[in-house]
Design a protein around this ligand. Sequence first.
Ligand code: FAQ
Length: 314
Amino acid sequence: MDARTEEERFNAIIDDDEKIEPRDWMPEAYRKTVIRQMAQHAHSEVIGMQPEANWIARAPTLLRKAILIAKVQDEAGHGLYLYSATETLGVSRGELQELLHTGKQKYSSIFNYPTLSWADIGAIGWLVDGAAIVNQIVLQGTSYGPYARAMVKICKEESFHARQGYSIMMTLADGSDSQKAMCQDAIDRWWWPSLMMFGPHDSESAHTAESMSWKIKRKTNDELRQMFVDQTVPQARYLGMTIPDPDLEFDEESGHWKIGEIDWEEFWSTIRGDGRLNRERIAHKVKAWEDGAWVREAATAYAVKHGMKLDKSA
Ligand code: FAQ
């Protein structure tokens, strides 16, 4: 018989780099943190559909339109995998929607910025999905099994998203003067908010130390941000575009690109709900949820008729 306490068994799984599964014992604080992070991640995928969906009807070619529809649909799928993974910890999808709609759970700050031109769709794919991938590739190694497995499929799709974004930027960068200007303008507006996606500096981050010790996070916010900067600056140069940071410079000694300071006031006010589009994003989401009530009712009636198990709160 295994004479270890539940906590000792949990710690051994973490130490051995194995996965915690839904039925394993886990500290309450671990469960809460994983729910918080996965839910925020799921909400981001779903709210993140809004800025891009805004351009589906205005995509410049049939091919770009078809690609954008597929991408936005993928984001819905990512939200679904992540809500399902979160449900394995005993919280229902209905509860999670309620927490999002009432502002008790967050979604990524990045989705509170407007998409003003077609170039923004390129910038989102390249920079926003690019930042998301840097974070998510590392999260494939997170200690909670269902989260780690969801990340594998999501990462494959996100790399396609980033490539389609860069392809839009390459086309614009290779185009007329006004297309080049559109491309630069989108970079100017999306660069800093993309860096904010990684969260506050490690020294200001409430959760990083504990999440690293439980291997929920495998790299810190600043480490991930640096990986993103190092991979992205050369890509901007290849486009012939400028990064809007006068302090950006390559540090020969460390081999890394050093950036200027992020506007943390803008970051905190956005995540507090006072960003440019927070209210509109949530109002739109709540309306979609209410408009979809009949679909949930029909699905429930079908499930009842066929004796299927129901999640009563969803
Ligand atoms: N936005 O102590 P930390 C995507 C909050 S997916 C909003 O450092 P933590 C795909 C944080 O929750 C993008 N809130 O927190 C796509 C905490 O508040 P709380 C989403 C933020 O959790 C592309 C407080 O600040 N990806 O884009 C942000 O250890 C295109 C203190 O921060 C993920 O969610 C922020 N940027 O680290 C879809 C990845 N940063 O909860 C559509 C998974 C921090 O105490 C179109 N998540 N906060 O009230 C993570 O890796 C982490 O949760 C971090 C934050 C790194 C986001």
